[in-house]
Design a protein around this ligand. Structure first.
Ligand SMILES: [Mg+2]
Length: 450
């Protein structure tokens, strides 16, 4: 879309204000509200921000402004506040795209893939919890009668939330995303709402807008929408299951499908190589797709009340088997089940693409698919098969990330050094900040132990 086409579209839509948006490392939606009377300045110069104030962008208070330059292709009118539209922006500093901005990082990774005639397309399954806060400060499902031990797919829980869910669905369709399913998920108060797959950059932009929408709609009802991976220790966590496929940049042909796959999963040799790459780099990329201390309470073995975490514990792949880190639900795509609701999609796709393309470059083979239930397979048998456990904490995952030269190259470098080192520095400090606190469970365990 050209600037003139964008301005015509804004006029047609009756939009009065623009959110000029970008995200920092955590995926926090940052915005300036720009009246459309100032659109020329926004398109030519960008929206100015003090980068240090926004969040982790490797900026200091002494740095010049970040100027966020809008990407017209990301334009979307926001149906829940229809006089406002959003434009996702690429942060620049002194005329150069800023290499610590997640959207810039993914765009560069996608450009390198395009040099190999490859496009990454992706779909995400957005899980979240809809919660209310009690007078005592504790959190509970928005519907206080949503207490069933097996709430997943329960039509009654769906019906109670119908007004909220259908509003979200209509808004997704108004933005042209193609909502195709909505359900009550496995935890009390947990829902999933799905939209069609697209290029990885577009899907990332949409996920940021969707999270903003869900926060906004929940707040209007005095509720919380949270993507926190594990808001309750005894309930299933919020995943971001990610469906991936490579396509030809030149012809838009899908490249992951093969009806003659001798392993019977409908995958091409390229898809197997990509899968092997993700498995080989699983430990390091876990730091990026499970980027919070809380993330590691979601993955691993050990069931919640409903019986299964639906989250992986090991770096393994299989067919239509949800105990695997990579599931192949049908031919032509793979589903990576590690990412959770706290993942920054731009960074997550950068990591998955770098890992997968390394497998392609090496002609790697993931071996035969696993057919077992990995939640119940004895650990000795898991080890005997050479299957690696995912890192147990954010700290372990950060150590693996900085040791991974493929991911290091995939995220690139800038003024202050490689992005993975900056990411690990921020996340190690986050680990300390969270784990330095003394929790009630810790006091219960140790108060009179000795
Ligand atoms: Mg789900």
């Amino acid at each position: 879309m050209t600037s003139d086409e964008l301005k015509a579209r804004i006029a047609d839509d009756g939009v009065e204000f623009i959110y000029a948006m970008f995200v920092e490392m955590h995926g926090k939606p940052c915005a300036k509200l720009v009246p459309v009377t100032a659109i020329d300045d926004l398109l030519d110069v960008g929206a100015g921000f003090a980068g240090f104030a926004a969040g982790p962008l490797s900026q200091t208070p002494a740095d010049p402004d970040i100027l966020a330059i809008p990407d017209p292709a990301s334009y979307v009118r926001l149906p829940w506040q229809p006089n406002v539209a959003a434009l996702q922006c690429d942060p620049t500093v002194e005329g150069e795209e800023w290499p610590y901005a997640p959207r810039v990082i993914l765009k560069r990774a996608l450009a390198r893939a395009a040099e190999q005639d490859l496009v990454l397309k992706a779909g995400v399954e957005v899980e979240y919890s809809l919660l209310a806060r009690e007078a005592d400060g504790s959190l509970r499902p928005a519907d206080e009668r949503d207490t069933s031990a097996l709430p997943c797919y329960d039509a009654r829980g769906l019906t109670t939330a119908l007004d909220h869910l259908t509003t979200v669905s209509r808004h997704m369709d108004a933005m042209g995303w193609g909502n195709y399913a909505n359900d009550h998920e496995d935890a009390n108060g947990q829902f999933e709402q799905n939209f069609g797959y697209a290029g990885a950059l577009t899907t990332s932009d949409r996920l940021i807008v969707l999270r903003l929408m869900l926060h906004t709609l929940a707040r209007r009802r005095d509720l919380y929408a949270t993507f926190m991976p594990k808001p309750f220790a005894d309930k299933t966590g919020n995943g971001l299951h990610t469906h991936l496929s490579l396509w030809s940049a030149g012809t838009d042909e899908p490249l992951f499908h093969d009806d003659d796959d001798p392993r019977g999963l409908g995958l091409s040799g390229l898809a197997y190589q990509f899968t092997a790459g993700i498995l080989d780099h699983a430990a390091g990329l876990t730091a990026v797709v499970c980027p919070t201390v809380n993330s590691f309470k979601r993955i691993g073995v050990g069931p919640p009340d409903s019986g299964a975490t639906w989250a992986p514990a090991y770096a393994a792949y299989g067919g239509n088997n949800r105990t695997q880190m990579i599931r192949v639900p049908e031919g032509g795509r793979i589903e990576c089940r590690i990412p959770d609701g706290s993942a920054n999609p731009y960074l997550a796709f950068t990591a998955l693409l770098a890992a997968g393309l390394d497998g392609v470059a090496r002609g790697a083979d993931p071996g035969d698919p696993n057919v077992d239930n990995l939640y119940t397979l004895p650990i000795d048998e898991v080890r005997a098969r050479g299957i690696e456990a995912l890192p147990p904490t954010l700290l372990h995952a950060c150590d693996r990330l900085v040791d991974d030269d493929v991911l290091r190259a995939g995220f690139g470098t800038g003024r202050d050094g490689d992005y993975v080192d900056y990411f690990a520095e921020v996340k190690r400090a986050e680990f300390r900040a969270v784990t330095d606190q003394v929790s009630p469970g810790e006091v219960d365990r140790y108060l009179t132990l000795m």
